[in-house]
Design a protein around this ligand. Structure first.
Ligand SMILES: [Zn+2]
Length: 148
């Protein structure tokens, strides 16, 4: 009985040296738990350390994380983010345009002024969210085959 108690004494780490319950460590030198995908997406952070900024400028992914030196140039989500944004933003804008038209019946120039002002910032914000989420998901699911 005392042997069992000694094995499970508080503060002792499992044989692999990592705290119990954590996610598997990334390949390479960084061994901390991965940040959640929602945090990577909302804050635009590195998918491995969760600290370094993911973007340089509005929509460009950095080639490397400034904190953990993760190579981000291999993370290419392709057309995934624009397609996701089109499918989300398109219906919102069309429904909005119909609603404004039938509710207020404004002159045509009002539509021409309103919708670019609404669509452009929304598209940039959604693109950042979608790109960061895709990079995070790609890093989580494909890092072994990407050699990261
Ligand atoms: Zn990092």
């Amino acid at each position: 009985m005392s042997g069992v108690l000694a094995l499970s004494s508080p503060g002792e780490h499992p044989p692999n040296g990592k705290p119990a319950g954590g996610e598997p460590a990334a390949a390479g030198e960084f061994a901390g738990p991965l940040p959640p995908v929602w945090r990577v997406a909302l804050q635009g952070r590195c998918p491995r350390c969760g600290k370094g900024h993911l973007f340089t400028g509005l929509l460009t992914i950095r080639p490397r994380c400034a904190v953990c030196d993760l190579d981000l140039s291999g993370n290419d989500a392709g057309d995934g983010a624009p397609v996701a944004v089109m499918f989300i933003l398109g219906p919102i804008l069309v429904i909005g345009a119909f609603w404004v038209e039938f509710r207020f019946n404004p002159p045509l120039w009002v539509h021409a002024v309103i919708w670019p002002v609404v669509a452009l910032p929304l598209a940039v914000v959604l693109m950042r969210l979608a790109k960061a989420a895709l990079v995070a998901l790609q890093y989580r699911n494909r890092r072994a085959e990407m050699g990261l």
